[in-house]
Write a protein that binds this ligand. Structure first.
Ligand code: F6R
Length: 602
């Protein structure tokens, strides 16, 4: 997501070191950038857009001072703009703050500060922090205590760094969002990711949960929540610059697959109340359950749309998933009380925008489910829900798909919250809580790489599933063909015998999704037997609840969970299947031929 760099005692001009750090963080994706240089005064420059826009705004000026902080922002609260870019300052401009994460109680803090007459200049959650620090300074606190007092008021996740005029120090704190210190010779650094300062030092100190740090040109120290000093180990990293952009992974796609536990936690944060067993999506407050829902999407997002439609149908709501391009081509009848939901991770897909515009032309309400704050879809729809997966750089959608599926569960429960259907979401809430950990388990234990080794040279690859696993079978095949360039198809398991079975031979491995021990599992096992009888090698992705393994040549295991979350785990195995096959074939995994990350033509 966002990136942070800080420096105390730079040997070059402070602004030059900050810009270099921000440029090293560009790979994370961002939509605005800014720096603050401190000393006697605090000077800030920030700009929407690329780093080049910030450089133009500096117009060749270098800002020099004992300390400085910089930030690349990837919007979560408020669209990309100069005002919403970090650093944020208090009204007097004495304090500047950069922040990664989400401050969940910012609304209450903002209301409290505004009631005291504080005026805000951005829409961000972050801006409460400099105002809280300024309030504590006004009450007589020294800068370090003022920073601590402000942090004590925060709920949510944060990696924070602040500078205060008249103080040659950077104050930093971490909670659920990483921060690392770089220990140089006479200069000290701070960053969300090591690549930010790697050219300047390889000696690092990782901050742990709840720790505070103070960096000055000549010194650095770390303290715990109570202000007690913490002895930290200085470690030396041995990475290359190429590796660091991908945090040590060979490809962005693999990195993003591994980021899924974090992405899902971000999606759930503040929306799922475990104690009350309640799900709320604040930004959709006031949206009532409609008579009918149309989901519009393309590619991977269309598979998420099919899953979303199944969830609503199960709850008794008429729901249909449409391919955006087809919807725009032959607009179906749209009843008055239809809610039209565009699902697009980029928020810029031309087919989906065009279909949504046509639906709006019929006077119905629209919702955007997207990952990119301030994207066209977010600006054009009546309501927006963000999936908060963080930037995705690999062309193949991975973490955004998982976040879409989790987001759709939240969307459906928010929509039906006031329905007299007496929905009990406690089991779902607990499954969603466990999901990030279970995804991690799949990532840690997957045998996908070994399994695909058997199938080098196979003719075609088939993926089959039923019910909620059907969209995952389609997605498994899409991911596979997209990055391996091998032929793959996804089928509804029950459809095989109506035609595709003619293609099945010893040269066509079949991946079957079988979970639970109910009717769906039994019937899918029947389909597995059909392909096995034709000599096809079978891989089952299973939670072990049925005896599907008996009919399989290989097994990819997933933990047992709620039937609404189990497809997300199954899909992680299929992402790894596609990835490892493509790697063995030496494909351009992050940029597959002929494909683009954001498809802005119809
Ligand atoms: C496949 C993939 C594409 C996109 C599709 C829609 O891995 O990424 O199929 O899902 O182009 O993109 P968005 O979600 O940005 O509308």
């Amino acid at each position: 997501m966002c990136g942070i760099i800080g420096v105390a005692g730079a040997d070059d001009a402070t602004s030059a070191v900050l810009l270099e750090g921000l440029s090293n963080l560009e790979y994370r994706g961002y939509d605005s950038a800014g720096i603050a240089v401190g000393g006697d005064e605090v000077e800030v420059e920030k700009k929407e857009g690329e780093l080049s826009a910030l450089k133009r705004a500096l117009a060749g000026r270098t800002l020099d001072g004992a300390v400085g902080i910089g930030h690349t922002r990837w919007s979560t609260h408020g669209p990309p703009s100069d005002e919403n870019a970090h650093p944020h300052t208090d009204e007097s401009g004495r304090v500047a703050v950069v922040h990664n994460g989400i401050i969940e109680n910012y609304r209450a803090l903002r209301d409290e500060l505004e009631a005291k007459g504080v005026s805000f200049s951005s829409e961000t959650d972050t801006e409460v922090v400099p105002h809280l620090i300024a309030e504590a300074l006004d009450a007589g606190a020294d800068p370090e205590s003022a920073f601590r007092r402000a942090v004590e008021r925060l709920e949510g996740s944060y990696a924070l760094a602040a500078v205060v005029a008249g103080t040659d120090a950077i104050f930093a704190a971490r909670h659920d969002s990483p921060l690392v210190l770089g220990i140089g010779d006479g200069a000290h650094y701070l960053a969300s990711d090591i690549p930010a300062f790697l050219e300047r030092t390889r000696d690092v100190v990782y901050l742990d949960e709840g720790e505070f740090a103070v960096l000055t040109p000549g010194d650095w120290r770390v303290e715990d929540e109570l202000g007690e000093p913490v002895e930290k180990e200085v470690e030396t990293v041995e990475w290359t610059a190429e590796q660091t952009g991908k945090s040590g992974y060979d490809h962005f796609m693999l990195k993003e697959i591994h980021e899924q536990p974090k992405a899902l936690r971000q999606c759930l944060r503040g929306r799922v109340d475990e104690l009350e067993g309640r799900i709320t999506v604040e930004e959709l407050d006031g949206l009532d359950a409609p008579e009918e829902v149309h989901f519009l999407a393309c590619g991977t997002s269309y598979h998420a749309a099919r899953y979303g439609a199944l969830l609503l149908q199960e709850a008794g709501v008429h729901a249909t998933a449409f391919l955006s391009s087809e919807y725009a081509t032959s607009l179906p009848p749209i009843a008055r009380d239809t809610l039209v939901v565009g699902i697009t991770q980029s928020g810029e897909t031309a087919d989906t925008l065009s279909a949504l515009r046509k639906a709006r032309g019929r006077g119905v309400e629209t919702v955007a489910l997207t990952n990119v704050v301030g994207s066209t879809v977010a600006r054009e729809c009546d309501h927006v829900m963000y999936i908060r997966a963080g930037p995705e750089i690999g062309v193949a959608a991975t973490k955004t798909f998982s976040s879409q599926l989790v987001g759709l569960n939240l969307f459906v429960e928010q929509l039906l919250a006031d329905e007299p259907r007496n929905r009990d979401v406690r089991e779902l809430v607990s499954a969603l809580r466990d999901l990030p950990g279970q995804v991690q388990e799949v990532l840690d234990e997957s045998r996908a790489d070994e399994v695909v080794e058997e199938f080098m040279g196979a003719k075609s690859f088939f993926f089959i599933g039923r019910g909620v696993h059907y969209p995952v079978a389609l997605e498994g095949a899409l991911k596979f063909k997209e990055i391996t360039y091998e032929h793959a198809e996804g089928f509804a398991a029950g459809e095989l015998k109506h035609g595709p079975l003619a293609l099945v031979t010893e040269e066509t491995p079949v991946f079957a999704l079988v979970t639970g021990d109910g009717e769906n599992a039994r019937k899918t096992i029947g389909n597995v037997k059909e392909v096995e009888a034709r000599g096809a090698p079978v891989v089952v992705v299973t939670d072990g609840e049925s005896d599907a393994e008996r009919y399989a040549d290989s097994v990819l295991e997933i933990p047992a969970t709620h039937e609404r979350t189990v497809p997300i785990l199954a899909n992680v195995q299929l992402q790894l299947v596609a990835y490892y096959m493509a790697r063995r074939l030496g494909r351009a995994i992050d940029k597959p031929r002929n494909l683009a990350k954001s498809v802005t033509v119809e």
